[in-house]
Design a protein. Structure first.
Length: 134
């Protein structure tokens, strides 16, 4: 059963607009988002102060804007791309756990802006929840 706090697929969109989910609050914001496979990025401050706790993106995803997840409550970020997306400053610091393709774990841990969060990066095979894009 789907609730209104869980939303999958922004059909037709390729990039989240700046501040799309900025400061949406807990009463009216989605808590679980799955972007469509063609989505290539998230713009500046899109999830800044957002209550979203789960985000999954496909293998075309390639960029995360400045301050994207700053002050957010993102617990789980699942990426299916084997190439780490480019990141702006303060873009993934508040994310608790990052799951990436098994063969890309070391690549993510060594990548610019990702390496400082190496302890949060795990193989996707260790994720014990539902994956929508696999």
């Amino acid at each position: 059963m789907r609730t209104f706090t869980e939303f999958r697929f922004f059909t037709g969109h390729q990039k989240s607009l700046a501040r799309t989910h900025y400061n949406t609050g807990t009463s009216n914001g989605f808590t679980k988002l799955v972007f469509p496979p063609q989505m290539t990025g998230i713009s500046t401050s899109s999830f800044n102060r957002s209550p979203v706790s789960f985000l999954e993106v496909g293998d075309s995803f390639s960029s995360i804007g400045l301050d994207c997840f700053r002050y957010s409550q993102i617990g789980t970020f699942v990426l299916h791309n084997t190439t780490p997306p480019t990141c702006g400053n303060n873009s993934i610091g508040s994310v608790s756990a990052i799951y990436v393709p098994n063969e890309a774990v070391d690549t993510y841990k060594a990548a610019s802006r990702w390496s400082m969060h190496a302890s949060k990066i795990h193989p996707i095979s260790e994720y014990d929840g539902t994956l929508y894009l696999s």
